[in-house]
Write a protein that binds this ligand. Structure first.
Ligand SMILES: Nc1nc2c(c(=O)[nH]1)N[C@H]1C(S)=C(S)[C@@H](COP(=O)(O)OP(=O)(O)OC[C@H]3O[C@@H](n4cnc5c(=O)[nH]c(N)nc54)[C@H](O)[C@@H]3O)O[C@H]1N2
Ligand SMILES: Nc1nc2c(c(=O)[nH]1)N[C@H]1C(S)=C(S)[C@@H](COP(=O)(O)OP(=O)(O)OC[C@H]3O[C@@H](n4cnc5c(=O)[nH]c(N)nc54)[C@H](O)[C@@H]3O)O[C@H]1N2
Ligand code: SF4
Ligand SMILES: [Mo]
Length: 751
C-alpha cells in the first residue's frame, strides 16, 4: 500500500503547527509541516521527533498500580476499569471525611489538552485546588492583560512585516523556544523595515541575528527598565496623546509614578548604560503605532516584581497607541464561536463555600478567585457572556505541599498529577519530594506518557496518548482564551491501552456522579464546544469541519474599540470596569495591591544582599530553553540525547578560569538552597558575572527506585530554588525560578 498522508496539528509545544503525518501500513513513518495550514509548512526538529516518541519502547502502555512501598518501582499491571474504580472509591471516601477541597491537582505547561477537563472534573467534584505552572508562565501575563485591556494580546501577528514597526524581544529566545515565531522574524528581518530590540542578559543568537539594539540587563530588574522607558516616553512626550486621552485611565498617576525612574537611576539598577536606555526608548516609541512586545517567560518567573513588569509592558504597548492596530498589538477576546471557558469547565458550578477554601487566596488574591471574579465581572458582559476561566483562578502551588505536609489550613489527602513532572518543574524540589512521599497523602495518581521521577512515587500511573493518537481542538478554543478555532482528527488509534487524558477525567467523573456534564467521546466534546461555529458554517460535525476547513479566524477588526456598540450607540471601549485601558489598575486597587507598576529590589541579589554575594558571587540564570528538548521531556529519545548527553552550565571562560573549571568538566553549582552538578560549557555569550544552568534534567537510563529516582536530584535546577513566601510575587504568587545567587567550583576527579 502506498504511503498515505494524514493531517494533524503538532503539540510539541503550544504553537501547534500544521503537521502532515506520513503513514505507511498504519505506522507513522515521518512527520513534516503542512503548507496549507496557517503555519505555512513550518516544522521544527522537535515536532519531527514525535514519530520516535509514538513508538518508543519506554512509553507507558498500561495502567499500573504500585506493589510494595511508594517509590519501590514495583508495579502491577491492572485494567483501566480497576484503576478508575479504585481511584473513584478512594476519592469518594476522602471527600466524605475531609471535604472535596482535600483533592488537589497539578499541571505543568499544559501538555495535551487535559487541564480544562481536569478543571471541569474539579469544579464538579467541588475542589478549587488545581495548581499549575501558569502561575509563573504566561497565564499570569494573560490575566494582567485581562485586568488592563479586558482582553489578551494575540499570539501571532502576521501583519507585522508590512509595518515600519519595532519588535522588542524581551526575556525570550524564540530560536530555541518557539521556532515558528523565530522563523517569522527571519522573514520580517529580510524585509529590512522593522527594528528589533533584544532585552536579555545574554548575547543570544537572536541578538546577533536581529538586534538593532541589545540591552544586556541585570536579571530580574526588568520592571525598572520598563518604568525607565515610560519615564522617557512620557517626559519627552513621545506617546500617543490622543489615544491616551481617549482610551486610557490613570495617566496622571502613572506620570507621577514614573518620575521615580529617571534613566540614571534605571541604569544603576539594571546595569544597562544610560544612553542605551534612552536610545532604545526613543526607538521603540518612534515606531508607534507599530510597537510589538511578544511574550517571553523570563519576565513571569522572577518572583516579587512579576505583576509590575507585566503591567509596565502592557502599558508600553498602549501608550504608543499600538492596541488593535494591524502590525501593532491586536487584542483577542475569548472565542465567541465556541462553548469554551466557563461553558466548558463549569467553573460556575463551584459553590461559594468551596471557592472560599482555595489555597493561597488570603495572600495571592489576583491569581485566585477574588482576582478572577473582578476580571470576569468586567469582561463577561463585554464579550457577550464569554470568558476564559482556565488555569486561573488556580491555587498557590507551594501551598499544596504545605497542606499535604502540615495539614494547614486543612489536609490535602489526594493529589492527581496530569501533564506535569512536579519534582523537576516547581521551585524547591526537596519540599515537593517530601510532599509526594508523605504518608499523609493517601492517594497519588499520575497521568503520564513516561515513567518520570514524579510518576515513580505514585500509587497509580495511567498511560496517556500523545497528539497523534487523538482528535484535537486548539486549546485557545475550549479554554476560551483566543478567538480562533483549529482542529484535527486522530492520526492513529491509541496504541496498547493508552488513552487521551480526556478519558481519564471523563470516566472518573462518570463514576462520581458527573455523567450529565460529560460527552461520550472526545470528538463529541470538541463538536459540542465548536457548535456555534459549526452552525454558522452550516456544518454538521467536527469531522466535516476537519475535512473541509481545519481552522477559522475571525476577520481582523482594526481599532474595534472605536466602533459603536449597536445596543448603547457608544464606542465599545474596553472590557474593564472603567471601559478604558487601565494604567491605574482598578482590579489591583480593589484587591489591596499597588495599582501602578513599581520596582522593588528582589531578595538575594548583589544589591540587596551584598554580604551574601561575597560568598555567592555569581548571578544564576536557570532554564533557558534548548531544542529539541521540552522541559523534562524527550530525554529518552536517542536522536535528542546525542545533542545533549548531559546537563550543561553555560559559563564565561574567564569566570571558569578564575574558578578552576575546565571545559566539559562536571561542575558544582551551589546556592543557599542546595547544590547540583552540570558539565561546564564555555561561552562568551554569557556575562562573566553570571552563569546559566539547564533545567529539568533527569536520566531515564538510570535506576528508577527511590531515592535514586533516575538521578532526579543531582542536576535538577530546582534543587537550587525556593518557594518561600517572601520570594513570591504578592498579587500573583508567582514563584521565583530565576535568578539566584550562586557559586560554582569543579567537582572532584580522582582519575
Ligand atoms: N528552574 C526552572 N524551573 C522551571 C522553568 C525554568 O525556566 N527554570 N520553567 C518553568 C516553566 S515556564 C514551565 S511551563 C514548567 C513546565 O513544567 P512541566 O510541564 O511539568 O514540564 P515537564 O517536566 O516537561 O512535564 C510535563 C510532563 O507531561 C508529560 N506529557 C506530555 N504530553 C502529555 C499529555 O498529553 N498528557 C499527559 N498526561 N502528560 C503529558 C511529559 O511526559 C512530562 O513528563 O517548568 C518550569 N520549571
Ligand atoms: N526547546 C524548548 N522550547 C520550549 C520549552 C522548553 O522547555 N524547551 N518550554 C516552553 C515553555 S513552557 C515556555 S514558558 C517557553 C519559554 O521560552 P522563552 O520565553 O524563550 O524563555 P527562556 O528560554 O526561558 O529565556 C529566554 C531568554 O531570557 C533570558 N533571561 C534570563 N533571565 C532574564 C531576566 O531576568 N530578564 C530578561 N529580560 N531576560 C532574561 C535568557 O538569557 C534567555 O535567553 O518555551 C517553550 N518552548
Ligand atoms: S514549533 Fe516545533 S514543536 Fe512547536 S508546534 Fe511547531 S513543529 Fe511542533
Ligand atoms: Mo512555561
Amino acid at each position: 500500500m502506498a504511503e498515505e498522508i494524514r493531517k494533524s496539528i503538532c503539540w510539541g509545544c503550544w504553537m501547534q503547527c500544521g503537521a502532515l503525518a506520513h503513514v505507511d501500513q498504519g505506522r507513522v513513518v515521518k512527520l513534516s509541516g503542512d503548507p496549507e495550514f496557517y503555519t505555512k509548512g513550518f516544522f521544527c526538529d522537535r515536532g519531527a521527533r514525535f514519530a520516535e516518541h509514538l513508538y518508543h519502547s519506554d512509553r507507558l502502555n498500561y495502567p499500573l498500580k504500585r506493589k510494595g512501598k511508594r517509590g519501590e518501582a514495583r508495579w502491577q499491571q491492572i485494567s483501566w476499569d480497576q484503576a478508575l474504580e479504585e481511584i473513584a472509591a478512594k476519592l469518594a471516601e476522602l471527600k466524605g471525611q475531609y471535604g472535596a477541597e482535600t483533592l488537589a491537582t497539578t499541571c505543568g505547561t499544559g501538555r495535551g489538552h487535559q487541564e480544562t477537563f481536569k478543571e471541569r472534573f474539579m469544579h464538579l467534584f467541588g475542589s478549587p485546588n488545581h495548581a499549575n505552572a501558569g502561575q509563573f508562565c504566561r497565564i499570569e501575563t494573560r490575566e494582567i492583560d485581562y485586568a488592563i485591556y479586558g482582553a489578551d494580546i494575540v499570539a501571532m501577528k502576521p501583519k507585522v512585516a508590512e509595518s515600519n514597526g519595532c519588535i522588542v524581544i524581551w526575556g525570550h529566545n524564540p530560536k530555541e523556544s518557539v521556532p515558528v515565531e523565530y522563523h517569522e522574524y527571519r522573514k520580517v528581518k529580510k524585509k529590512g523595515n522593522i527594528k528589533f530590540i533584544v532585552i536579555d542578559p545574554k548575547r543570544t543568537e537572536v541578538v546577533d541575528e536581529f538586534a538593532d539594539l541589545w540591552l544586556p540587563i541585570r536579571p530580574a530588574t526588568d520592571a525598572a527598565l520598563a518604568l525607565g522607558w515610560l519615564h522617557i516616553i512620557i517626559n519627552e512626550e513621545l506617546y500617543d496623546k490622543e489615544f491616551v486621552e481617549t482610551w486610557c485611565y490613570g495617566f496622571e498617576q502613572l506620570k507621577k509614578r514614573v518620575q521615580e525612574y529617571p534613566p540614571e537611576r534605571v541604569a544603576e539598577i539594571t546595569w544597562v548604560p544610560r544612553e542605551k536606555i534612552v536610545e532604545s526608548a526613543r526607538m521603540f516609541a518612534g515606531a508607534r503605532p507599530y510597537t510589538n512586545i511578544p511574550w517571553g517567560v523570563k519576565t513571569d518567573m522572577q518572583g516579587r516584581n512579576v505583576t509590575s513588569v507585566i503591567q509596565a509592558i502592557a502599558i508600553l504597548r498602549a501608550i504608543t497607541g499600538s492596541i488593535n492596530v494591524s502590525g501593532g498589538s491586536p487584542l483577542s477576546g475569548p472565542c465567541l464561536k465556541a462553548n469554551g471557558g466557563p461553558d466548558f469547565n463549569h467553573i460556575d458550578m463551584l459553590s461559594p463555600e468551596q471557592r472560599a477554601k482555595q489555597l493561597g487566596m488570603d495572600r495571592h488574591k489576583f491569581w485566585t478567585f477574588p482576582g478572577y471574579d473582578l476580571i470576569s465581572q468586567a469582561m463577561r458582559p463585554y464579550w457577550n457572556g464569554k470568558m476564559c476561566s482556565s488555569y486561573m483562578p488556580g491555587c498557590h502551588v507551594p501551598d499544596v505541599w504545605r497542606a499535604i505536609l502540615d495539614e494547614d489550613p486543612y489536609p490535602i489527602k489526594a493529589l492527581i498529577v496530569g501533564g506535569n513532572n512536579p519534582l523537576m518543574s516547581f521551585a524547591n524540589t526537596p519540599q515537593v519530594y517530601r510532599a509526594l512521599k508523605s504518608s499523609n497523602l493517601e492517594l497519588l495518581a499520575v497521568v503520564e506518557q513516561w515513567l518520570t521521577p514524579s510518576a515513580v512515587l505514585a500509587d497509580y500511573v495511567l498511560p496517556a496518548a500523545n497528539w497523534l493518537e487523538m482528535p484535537l481542538l486548539h486549546f485557545g478554543t475550549y479554554t476560551g482564551a483566543q478567538d480562533f478555532v483549529a482542529a484535527a482528527e486522530q492520526v492513529v488509534p491509541p496504541l496498547f491501552e493508552r488513552r487521551p487524558d480526556y478519558s481519564f477525567w471523563q470516566e472518573l467523573g462518570v463514576r462520581l456522579g458527573q455523567e450529565k456534564y460529560w460527552q461520550k467521546t472526545l470528538e463529541k466534546e470538541w463538536e459540542w464546544c465548536m457548535k456555534p461555529l459549526l452552525d454558522e458554517l452550516n456544518m454538521e460535525s467536527f469531522g466535516e469541519f476537519v475535512q473541509k476547513q481545519r481552522f477559522w479566524f475571525p476577520p481582523f477588526e482594526e481599532r474595534y474599540h472605536e466602533k459603536n456598540d449597536p445596543e448603547t450607540g457608544r464606542p465599545k471601549g474596553f472590557g474593564t470596569s472603567t471601559g478604558k485601558i487601565e494604567f491605574y489598575s482598578t482590579v489591583l486597587d480593589k484587591l489591596g495591591y499597588d495599582p501602578l507598576p513599581h520596582y522593588q529590589e528582589p531578595l538575594e541579589t548583589p544589591v540587596s544582599q551584598p554580604e551574601l554575594s561575597q560568598e555567592y558571587p555569581l548571578i544564576l540564570i536557570t532554564g533557558s530553553r534548548f531544542r529539541p528538548f521540552h522541559h523534562s521531556e524527550h530525554r529518552q529519545l536517542p536522536s535528542a540525547r546525542k545533542l545533549y548527553p548531559d546537563p550543561t552550565l553555560e559559563i564565561h571562560p574567564e569566570t571558569a578560569r578564575k574558578m578552576g573549571i575546565e571545559e566539559g568538566a562536571w561542575t558544582i553549582i551551589e546556592t543557599t538552597w542546595g547544590k547540583i552538578k552540570q558539565r561546564a560549557r564555555f561561552s562568551t555569550r554569557i556575562d562573566p558575572r553570571m552563569v546559566d544552568i539547564q533545567h529539568s534534567w533527569w536520566f531515564p537510563e538510570e535506576i528508577p527506585d527511590d531515592p535514586i529516582l533516575y538521578r532526579a536530584f543531582e542536576s535538577n535546577a530546582n534543587m537550587l530554588t525556593t518557594d518561600r513566601e517572601d520570594y513570591c510575587d504578592p498579587p500573583t504568587g508567582a514563584m521565583r525560578l530565576s535568578p539566584y545567587l550562586c557559586k560554582v567550583y569543579p567537582a572532584k576527579k580522582y582519575h
